[in-house]
Ligand binder design. Structure first.
Ligand code: CIR
Length: 253
């Protein structure tokens, strides 16, 4: 069960965030509105939400998930792979250091975006991507081992982050899309496959038996419902324009 979430308000400079989506430039006011609704959705799942102030120096900083991994036993402040995002992790360190658990750092030459890290109970799957390198994954593995947890890597070919294409919904259920549906690493899971035309919805978020699902993907919504969860639609289209999904917008712990 999760009790808390941390989010970071989108900044005025959000239009300058990294993007390959070709869906247009995000509108700041609409992004703010969608972010507020996202917070309400987290609250409706029973979470207490800490809202961090925006920071115009970091257009992508609302995608707070990449800057830190919070596990039940420790928090890991990452070293994001994109040059423009590196200092986001340093900025969030102060907040993370005040949490109720010890904290660790990923250091150069290791890079790691926590959007590449998927928690399955005591085990963490780490996507090797354009943002997360082997050294980053190795450092994370060493840290997790010290706290009695394990990790393994998954190589990504096309996805930005591991959780762009796969979400663990607990109870051995894995929502998966594209190249991740047939990964041998995931064979032991009950795969809920996301259809070709609904790929963005593979980034959905389990929170205490609710599942946040992006608005506009009815087939995935119904599949999640049929699997016994309570899906909640959340419109995050402005963030999709920057390749961001639902999970990237919060840390949940
Ligand atoms: C980036 O390219 O870093 C941001 N525009 C989007 C990050 C999305 N984060 C995530 O998937 N975990």
């Amino acid at each position: 069960m999760f009790k808390n979430a941390i989010v970071k308000t989108p900044c005025k400079n959000i239009a300058n965030g990294l993007s390959e989506a070709k869906l247009g430039i995000p509108d700041f006011e609409r992004a703010l509105e969608q972010h507020k609704n996202y917070i309400k959705a987290l609250e409706s799942c029973g979470l207490s939400v800490l809202i961090l102030d925006p920071d115009d120096n970091f257009p992508d900083s609302t995608f707070i998930e990449d800057a830190c991994l919070v596990t039940p036993k420790c928090a890991v402040i990452t070293n994001p792979g994109a040059a423009s995002r590196k200092k986001e992790a340093q900025k969030i360190a102060k907040t993370i250091q005040s949490l109720d658990r010890p904290f660790e750092f990923i250091k150069e030459p290791g890079t790691l975006d926590a959007g590449d890290v998927m928690m399955v109970e005591n085990h963490y799957y780490v996507g090797l991507s354009q943002r997360t390198n082997q050294q980053g994954a190795d450092q994370l593995n060493d840290i997790l081992k010290n706290y009695g947890m394990t990790s393994s890597v998954v190589t990504l070919d096309t996805m930005l982050h591991l959780k762009t294409g796969v979400s663990y919904l607990e109870n051995n259920n894995l929502l998966a899309f594209g190249e991740l549906v047939s990964k041998p690493e995931f064979i032991k899971f009950n795969i809920i496959e996301v259809d070709e035309d609904e790929g963005y919805a593979a980034n959905s978020v389990w929170i205490n038996d609710f599942v946040l699902v992006p608005t506009g993907f009815p087939k995935t919504f119904e599949k999640i419902k049929a699997a016994g969860y309570k899906p909640i639609e959340v419109d995050v289209f402005e963030f999709r324009k920057l390749d961001g999904g639902l999970s990237c917008l919060s840390l949940r712990y």
